[in-house]
Design a protein around this ligand. Structure first.
Ligand code: PHE
Length: 360
């Protein structure tokens, strides 16, 4: 009986002092494991006399269940303490103000490109692309621009450098998006309906000109396309883009080597108190060049001009962005001034939709 009392005291002490789950498991094995001291005493019951067994048996069973209960209680206490400690270190104050995350804005040019792409997509135009560094054949010759044409003059066009001894004509930074007409015709044949938005380059710099700017080219070729459809397409586009029902366009006879006949298009507007309004007033603002695609250009694109005809136009994207969003100076578009970008930029989720682009 003394041995049992001694085990009782010793194991309860060790259980009470076990600092963690691992130490507690060691105590359990030492007491109740297969080779544990209490288990060994249980086995020794077999060698006792019946009288001895009668008193030792219940005492040992009592000891065993008491130790078992103490182990359980201690394990629960240790787990509670561990949880408390975790809760103390991992707490989070959800009432604190959120950390500031700077968000960029969509540049007005990107916004306008998305808007016009959505509007023309609804009229069945898909987007075509071409390189910004272009061969002079695509930029000029294929578009029926003769070698002596003024737009080829060095003062207008950026020419790429050729190694000395390399006498091929130099590549150019494309001066308009019209070379994409040729590339799209070659790639897709007729009928075709594409727009080609992108960067173009000319040596020019003042409040309304920058050496790099943006155009969107339009091209529609089919068997019986006429100037009436060109006019409708442009009017429909302007109504949707400027979100006004009363859009008035003026077609002025003009000349481009790649269209015949050609027209420049002005939009009716008013400047009152420095505020620009589209669709009313007595002023006209030129926004694009257009015309019926010249037979030479169709042929350069691999399309038979006796079978097919159509229209093309080239629209200044920066120009119409300034008009729609009241941005006075073109140069500011490309200065990357963060204050300007925050003021004129668009939220990333301000996605253009056709509904947003139509009159309210
Ligand atoms: N490429 C002409 C320009 O840059 C615009 C244009 C395009 C005119 C297509 C007619 C047809 O001024």
């Amino acid at each position: 009986m003394d041995a049992i009392a001694e085990l009782h005291g010793r194991f309860l002490d060790r259980i009470a002092q076990a600092p963690d789950a691992e130490a507690l498991e060691a105590v359990r094995l030492a007491a109740l494991g297969k080779k544990g001291e209490i288990s060994a005493m249980m086995r020794s019951l077999g060698q006792m006399s019946p009288e001895e067994r009668q008193s030792a048996g219940p005492a040992l069973n009592g000891l065993k269940s008491e130790i078992d209960a103490a182990l359980r209680a201690r394990r629960a206490a240790l787990e509670d303490a561990a949880l408390d400690a975790r809760l103390k270190t991992e707490w989070l104050d959800v009432t604190l103000p959120a950390r500031h995350r700077p968000a960029g804005t969509i540049h007005p040019i990107s916004q306008v490109m998305d808007e016009l792409t959505a509007i023309f997509a609804d009229m069945g135009f898909s987007v075509a692309e071409g390189p910004q560094i272009e061969s002079d054949w695509y930029n000029f010759d294929a578009l029926n621009i003769a070698p002596e044409h003024p737009s080829r003059q060095e003062m207008d066009t950026f020419y790429m450098h050729r190694d000395s001894g390399d006498n091929r004509p130099p590549h150019v930074l494309r001066t308009h998006t019209s070379p994409v007409q040729i590339r799209a015709m070659q790639a897709q044949g007729a009928p075709i309906r594409v727009i080609a938005p992108g960067r173009v380059y000319r040596m020019d710099m003042d409040q309304t000109h920058t050496p790099m700017f943006h155009q969107v080219e339009g091209l529609a070729i089919d068997r019986d396309i006429t100037m009436a459809q060109l006019k409708w397409t442009l009017e429909e586009f302007c109504r949707a883009f400027f979100e006004v029902d009363q859009v008035e366009l003026r077609f002025r006879a003009s000349h481009f080597p790649f269209t015949e006949p050609s027209a420049e298009v002005d939009i009716r507007c008013s400047w009152e108190g420095g505020q620009l309004k589209i669709g009313e007033g007595n002023d006209w603002l030129e926004i694009l060049g257009s015309g019926m695609v010249h037979p030479h250009v169709l042929r350069a694109g691999g399309i038979d001009p006796d079978q097919w005809q159509g229209f093309a136009f080239g629209l200044g994207i920066d120009r119409i962005a300034m008009l729609k969003y009241g941005i006075p100076d073109l140069r500011a578009f490309f200065e990357s001034d963060l204050r300007w970008l925050r003021h004129y930029g668009f939220a990333a989720l301000d996605q253009p939709s056709l509904a947003a682009g139509l009159s309210r």
